[in-house]
Design a protein. Structure first.
Length: 188
């Protein structure tokens, strides 16, 4: 039994030592953004309807998203970003959802043990789902429409800080992740 315990301890120690020598090559993150490209479109079209309406219950949210990157070199990572955002107009009962799926590249400008600077670029598809509900003479009617279009995001500057595996991050850019987004990232 002692020999079995000794062998198990040696295997665990060697695996642990090997894992410490390898660089963390994969990362997954979650984020929330402010003022995505789809939110801009909603605000522009909402500005016209607000001029003719007294309702102030229009609202938008998102994007809420996930991302994955695999580091092919210490400076370059390839992966993808997926997000969901939405809006609602109260005056005409329109609800919209925006789902983006975009392949992405990330360039690490400075990478230290507890912080780093980077930029990223993503391009892919945005799926727009609209639902309009109306009341006409007491009869409720709901109409749906789905469409897809090109979407992108460019983060000019991203800053991450924290431990070697878990880090918080903030990005400034333009596109579907928002002009500002913040989140948490896990590297493995």
């Amino acid at each position: 039994m002692k020999k079995l315990m000794l062998i198990a301890a040696l295997v665990v120690a060697s695996v642990s030592a090997h894992a410490q020598n390898d660089e963390l090559k994969n990362e997954i993150g979650v984020y929330y953004g402010f003022m995505s490209a789809s939110n801009y479109g909603w605000l522009l079209s909402g500005a016209f309807s607000a001029a003719f309406s007294s309702s102030s219950q229009d609202k938008f949210w998102g994007p809420i998203g996930v991302e994955y990157y695999h580091h092919v070199t210490p400076a370059v990572a390839l992966g993808g970003v997926a997000s969901i955002a939405g809006c609602q107009w109260s005056n005409d009962h329109l609800k919209s959802k925006y789902i983006a799926v975009m392949p992405s590249v990330k360039l690490n400008w400075l990478r230290k043990n507890h912080w780093g600077l980077y930029s990223s670029a993503s391009a892919g598809v945005l799926i727009v789902s609209d639902k309009v509900s109306s009341d006409y003479n007491g009869e409720k009617k709901v109409e749906s429409d789905n469409s897809a279009c090109f979407m992108f995001h460019v983060s000019a500057l991203g800053v991450e800080a924290g431990g070697e595996a878990f880090r918080g991050f903030v990005e400034a850019g333009f596109g579907e992740k928002g002009i500002l987004c913040a989140g948490l990232r896990y590297k493995f």
